[in-house]
Design a protein. Structure first.
Lengths: 180, 246, 355
């Protein structure tokens, strides 16, 4: 069973990143649940989704010991870092987080300047896709090519696949792989 | 004059209204209007809990008994299931203007293509003559024993003023205290049913109706009371009559 | 058919359409609102009617009219709105009218809060309206089960000419999971002879009203009629799922999302050698008495743990009734926080020390 929490601020696309992972799991024939939670703010507040993937029967949709934590804001790290499983992967959008920040030493921290990369690629709405690429690159649970194909399949099904997605995804994956 | 019992009136069942009550006359004019339009096989009614409920024994139409105050909204639901039928809701003034006022308003706002015939005797009849929203200023009822006091009880509700600015198809007030008024009321019902057949939308006819028992008047004096008092506060006439543009 | 990812609320709404439901009347309230929003565009596509009513009261009473006319009719709500539905549910029961009413449960009384909860068990199973009646209450634990139970709910309602309630919750309603959707069917409003249409000349008058008025001396025959109907429901409609109860010393009883978490708790407990099982009622009423009888006959159970997302352990009453006080029953609840399988296992360990 794999537990993934995607967390950030409403509008950054964390829920979509989680949906892509959920869709890949479904297409792979696995059990999956995607459960959203929000801060008390209606807009600009915390936005999280908890994705649980398994071969087994249905289980709790809540993630208490995530294997992977994809964060897109500093507050997301504040909220969820302590839940991460020892040895788990924490993906940090380092463009928005203080370089001096201290992390747990029993986890793998991958810092990707996703907001800066998105600016370089002139794809401001692609930050979540960059982080998704980084997740695929950083976690040994995922294969980069498989996630890229799954992402394209997800957006193609929706009938709106931005051609810039692949470049964003690959840039994120590359940035993560360089740190391994 | 040649009086005949309309074929849609059921003479085999007992409608337990008090002597002099207006309900029976209203049932007669409904059936006459329906028969004159030749639409007996299109009518469904929704009855209220309380005196109006006896109408289902007086008329032969197939009917749904709604919860008190939900007559009009339940009729709107029935219309969705049976769009080719003519659906008539028959609440009283207590039901339509007190507990059910939100649904009365919203059927007008949504312009539901149904007819509401509100039997308005300015009291809650079945429960023993309590004050209703349409009780007249100064009117003595079981719950306004010293007369309706606007400061204490709020002002009288005239539905024609409340619905005046909605886009409903037809809004009128008739009465059944005299043969002439009864005939006019029948014409209103026919007009409204015709509008429903045209798909024009919500029609509401407020019918002033005698309640000698709770008014504590004789049958004849109750008819006179409508003429001298009730219709002075609640004037008769047509208030909205949108031309059928559909 | 291929699976699709769908939000619980939307999948339930789609399933109702596919079951031939062509009428919805309801009011916005979190966490149910996606059903109303979904049906506001989707009903148009299938030629049905979706009405956003002025209140939940109007919603359920408009539904009564549509149901009387023979439509497969749906209304949905949550928590405070479910209180307002009670009048209509009582009238549907008294009038022998089938309809489906969904309560996407949230937490607490009064406003409570909009988040996950199982606050309405008593109201769902005891009948919050006036008079004595029962309603079948279906409690799915997943998006797929929401679809499956909703799809069959209309048949069940028509089988008994009786409203059927579906109790989901904020988590199941908001959660996205893969689902397989059933085929689309159309429902003819004239399928059943009780459905109201205008009287043809020469036919007897028909009314949908207090059902006992339909018989000579009906008032005296009605109690037996009701008892027969409810006894039949109890005999034929109990549904449940048992998970590793065969050797379990502690058996959790949980429904909906809490049952999902309980299943995760079993996985943890079993790794530690703790014999933990789950009895999941799928019908909250009729409560699965047969499952409890089998459990008791097995002779292994030391104690039962009622796991619910509320304060008072509303389902515990039914568990005690089902086991006749012969097995101790404890309650583990969460209110503010999500149900947590690790905490449940800790509680079970404490329990084992007591029995």
């Amino acid at each position: 069973m794999i537990e993934i929490i995607c967390s950030g601020i409403g509008g950054q696309g964390v829920l979509v990143a989680g949906m892509v992972l959920a869709d890949i799991a479904m297409e792979d024939g696995k059990n999956v649940s995607w459960y959203p939670s929000y801060g008390f703010e209606m807009r600009g507040g915390a936005a999280n989704c908890e994705v649980k993937i398994g071969d087994e029967d249905l289980q709790s949709p809540y993630c208490y010991e995530p294997d992977i934590l994809l964060t897109m804001s500093e507050s997301a790290i504040d909220t969820f870092e302590e839940r991460l499983k020892p040895g788990g992967v924490l993906l940090v959008n380092s463009s928005l987080v203080s370089p001096d920040r201290k992390y747990r030493d029993d986890i793998k921290v991958i810092k990707v300047p996703a907001t800066d990369i998105a600016n370089e690629l002139n794809n401001h709405r692609g930050t979540n896709i960059i982080m998704l690429g980084a997740l695929a690159g950083a976690s040994d649970i995922y294969d980069v090519d498989h996630v890229r194909a799954g992402m394209n399949h997800y957006f193609d099904k929706k009938g709106k696949n931005n051609p810039k997605n692949v470049a964003a995804f690959d840039a994120g994956a590359q940035a993560a792989i360089e740190q391994l | 004059m040649n009086f005949k019992i309309p074929k849609d009136i059921d003479m085999t069942q007992q409608a337990s209204w008090c002597p002099g009550c207006g309900h029976g006359i209203i049932c007669r004019v409904i059936t006459e209007a329906v028969q004159e339009l030749g639409v007996s096989n299109k009518i469904l009614t929704v009855d209220d809990v309380a005196c109006g409920q006896f109408g289902q024994f007086a008329m032969k139409y197939n009917t749904v008994m709604s919860a008190h105050g939900r007559t009009i909204v339940t009729a709107a639901g029935l219309k969705h299931a049976r769009p080719d039928c003519l659906v008539i809701a028959r609440p009283g003034d207590g039901s339509a203007y007190s507990i059910g006022i939100e649904s009365t308003l919203y059927s007008a706002i949504r312009n539901d293509n149904i007819l509401a015939i509100v039997i308005n005797n300015s009291v809650f009849g079945m429960t023993g003559g309590q004050m209703s929203p349409a009780s007249l200023p100064g009117m003595k009822t079981a719950t306004s024993p010293f007369g309706r006091d606007e400061k204490k009880n709020g002002s009288m509700l005239d539905i024609t003023k409340i619905l005046a600015n909605t886009d409903m198809a037809y809004l009128a007030r008739g009465a059944v205290n005299t043969p002439a008024n009864t005939e006019k009321t029948k014409k209103m019902i026919k007009k409204a049913l015709q509008k429903n057949m045209n798909g024009e939308g919500f029609c509401l006819i407020d019918v002033l109706s005698m309640c000698p028992t709770n008014w504590k008047l004789s049958e004849i004096d109750a008819c006179e009371y409508i003429k001298t008092t009730q219709s002075k506060y609640l004037p008769l006439g047509e208030f909205i009559d949108k031309g059928g543009d559909k | 058919m291929a699976k699709v990812l769908m939000k619980g609320n939307e999948a339930l709404a789609e399933s109702c359409l596919r079951a031939g439901c062509r009428f919805f009347s309801g009011y916005p309230i979190t966490p149910q609102t996606e059903i109303l929003e979904y049906l506001c565009w989707r009903m148009d596509e299938v030629g049905g009617d979706c009405v956003q009513t002025e209140s939940e009261l109007a919603g359920v009473n408009m539904l009564l009219g549509a149901a009387a006319g023979g439509m497969r009719a749906l209304t949905t709500t949550a928590g405070p709105g479910f209180s307002l539905k009670q009048e209509g549910i009582s009238y549907l029961c008294g009038s022998d009218l089938p309809a489906v009413i969904v309560d996407v449960q949230r937490i607490g009384c009064a406003l409570g809060d909009i988040f996950m909860g199982q606050g309405d068990y008593w109201q769902l199973t005891r009948g919050g309206g006036h008079g004595d009646y029962r309603t079948i209450v279906l409690a799915p634990e997943s998006v797929q089960e929401s679809v499956d139970l909703a799809y069959g709910a209309f048949d069940l309602a028509e089988k008994y000419r009786h409203p059927v309630l579906i109790a989901t919750d904020a988590t199941i309603g908001q959660m996205i999971e893969p689902v397989e959707l059933p085929p689309m069917i159309e429902h003819d409003v004239d399928t059943y002879d009780w459905a109201l249409k205008p009287r043809e000349e020469g036919e007897p008058q028909r009314a949908i009203w207090n059902r006992y008025w339909d018989w000579e001396d009906g008032g005296r025959k009605y109690p037996a009629y009701c008892l027969e109907k409810y006894n039949k429901m109890e005999a034929e409609e109990q549904r449940w799922e048992c998970v590793q109860t065969e050797d379990a010393e502690i058996v959790m009883v949980a429904y909906g999302t809490s049952a999902r978490v309980a299943k995760s708790a079993i996985a943890i407990a079993r790794k530690e050698g703790i014999k933990l099982g789950l009895l999941r009622p799928i019908t909250l009423w009729p409560f699965p008495q047969k499952a409890f009888d089998e459990l008791e006959a097995g002779g292994k159970v030391k104690a039962i743990l009622d796991v619910e997302r509320n304060i008072l352990g509303q389902m515990k009453d039914d568990i005690v009734l089902a086991t006749g006080n012969r097995i101790p029953v404890e309650f583990y609840g969460e209110y503010w926080d999500n149900m947590n399988e690790f905490k449940i296992v800790e509680y079970v360990k404490e329990m084992l020390g007591r029995y």
